[in-house]
Design a protein. Structure first.
Length: 102
């Protein structure tokens, strides 16, 4: 009997049971947990397969990624991607810092 494939992310299918092996790898604890998020909608390393990768498909998840970016090896990379997708968050940050140019 062939193992059927299951979806672990948008456009990413693996054989049943493989997602558990993916989670067992160091830094991949959330592999397959965000089935409705495409790999491009992650900020950080490995497009969702790393513990330093954050889903940013919604505004609230993007804000959460910014709050936790300091844990990642490249926090500036996460901030760049979030601010690229959600410029209103960057504008809000600059306004809060008092450096917003009009």
């Amino acid at each position: 009997m062939a193992k059927e494939k299951i979806t672990v992310a948008k456009g990413v299918k693996v054989k049943r049971g493989e997602e558990e092996k993916m989670r067992a790898k160091k830094g991949s604890g959330s592999a397959g947990k965000y089935k409705d998020v495409s790999p491009k909608e992650f900020a950080g390393a490995s497009g969702g397969a790393s513990k330093f990768s954050y889903p940013i498909d919604t505004l609230s998840r993007a804000r959460n990624a910014l709050a936790r970016a300091h844990f990642a090896p490249d926090p500036e990379g996460i901030k760049r991607k979030v601010y690229r997708l959600y410029p209103e968050l960057k504008k809000r940050k600059l306004k809060r810092e008092g450096t917003l140019k009009k």
